[in-house]
Design a protein around this ligand. Structure first.
Ligand code: NAD
Length: 262
C-alpha cells in the first residue's frame, strides 16, 4: 500500500483491541499515526513503540476523552497541530453495556450514545474541512453486526451502531463528488477486552469457566465458529484507504463469519 506513505491517520480507541490492530496495519503502510485512548500515557508509550517498529512514518498520542465535552474537537486540533493534516479518520472507540431495557440506566445509555455515535459525528464534522482543504480523505466508522441486526439487552449499543450506519451513508452522499469516501465496517465477535466482559457473563450463566464457554458463546451467533481477527479488519481498512477504494463510499462491510447471513 505504498500510496498511503506519509498519510496522517487518526484512529480513535487505538490503545486496545481492534483499534490498535488497525493502527498497526496503517503503520505498516507507512502512515503517520495519531493514537487515542483512555488507558494512559504508559500504555500509549508502549504502543507507540510498536507503531514505529511496524513502519509508521510518525507517531503521536492524545488521551482525549471522547465522552467529555470538547474531547472530539481537541483530538482533531491535536492531530492537525502535530502532523499538519488529517487524511484518514477511523472512528473506532466504543463501549458496550448489556442489560435489559427496564433497568438500563440513563447514564449508561448516554455514555454509549455519546462515544459510539455522537463522537464520530463530531470528529467527522471537525475533520472534513481539513480533508476538503487537502482534496483527499478516507473516513471509516467501526459499526458492528449490531448496526444491522439486534440482540437482546443491548439497547444503547444497537441504537448507536445502527445510527452510525445512517451517519456513514449521509456523509458519503455529502462528500460523493469529492475524493473523500466514508464507509462502515460491521464486525461480528472479535476477541478483545470488550467481548471478554460478555464471555465472562455468558460463562457465569452456564456455570463454567470463561475459556470453556468460548466455543458455545461464538456458536450462538457466528456460524464460522471463529472470532474475527482484528488484523483482518485492519487489512480491510488499508484496502478502503488505497486507490482501489476510490469509488467505494456509503457501504457497510460485514466481517462476521456469517452472523447476518442467517
Ligand atoms: P476495546 O475495549 O478493546 O477498546 C476500546 C478502545 O476505546 C480503547 O482504546 C479505549 O481506550 C477507547 N475508549 C474507551 N472509552 C473512551 C473514551 N471515553 N474516549 C476515548 N477513547 C475511549 O474494544 P474493541 O473490542 O477493540 O472495540 C473497538 C470498536 O469495535 C468499538 O467501537 C466496538 O463497538 C467495535 N466492535 C467490537 C466488536 C468485538 O467483538 N470486539 C464487534 C463489533 C464491533
Amino acid at each position: 500500500m505504498s500510496d498511503l506513505n506519509n498519510k496522517v491517520a487518526l484512529i480513535t480507541g487505538s490503545t486496545s483491541g481492534i483499534g490498535k490492530e488497525i493502527a498497526l496495519c496503517l503503520a505498516a503502510a507507512k502512515c503517520k499515526i495519531m493514537l487515542n485512548g483512555i488507558e494512559g500515557p504508559d500504555v500509549a508509550a508502549l504502543i507507540s513503540k510498536e507503531m514505529t517498529a511496524a513502519g509508521a512514518s510518525g507517531v503521536s498520542f492524545s488521551g482525549a476523552n471522547l465522552i467529555e465535552s470538547g474531547g472530539a474537537a481537541n483530538l482533531i486540533a491535536a492531530t492537525e497541530k502535530q502532523f499538519g493534516s488529517i487524511d484518514i479518520l477511523v472512528n473506532n472507540a466504543g463501549i458496550q453495556h448489556v442489560e435489559p431495557i427496564e433497568t438500563f440506566s440513563d447514564d449508561n445509555w448516554d455514555r454509549i450514545i455519546e462515544l459510539d455515535l455522537s463522537a464520530p459525528f463530531r470528529l467527522i464534522k471537525h475533520a472534513l474541512p481539513i480533508m476538503r482543504k487537502n482534496g483527499w480523505g478516507r473516513i471509516i466508522n467501526i459499526s458492528s453486526v449490531h448496526g444491522l441486526v439486534a440482540s437482546v439487552n443491548k439497547a444503547a449499543y444497537v441504537s448507536a451502531k445502527h445510527g452510525l450506519i445512517g451517519l456513514t451513508k449521509t456523509v458519503a452522499l455529502e462528500t460523493a463528488p469529492e475524493p473523500i469516501t466514508c464507509n462502515a465496517i460491521c464486525p461480528g465477535f472479535v476477541h478483545t477486552p470488550l467481548v471478554d466482559l460478555q464471555i465472562a457473563a455468558f460463562a457465569k450463566s452456564k456455570g463454567i469457566s470463561p475459556q470453556e464457554s468460548i466455543p458455545a458463546f461464538i456458536r450462538e451467533k457466528q456460524p464460522s465458529q471463529a472470532f474475527v481477527s482484528p488484523s483482518d479488519i485492519g487489512a480491510m481498512i488499508a484496502l478502503l484507504c488505497s486507490s482501489a477504494g476510490a469509488q467505494i463510499t456509503g457501504s457497510s462491510f460485514t466481517m462476521d463469519g456469517g452472523w447476518t447471513a442467517q
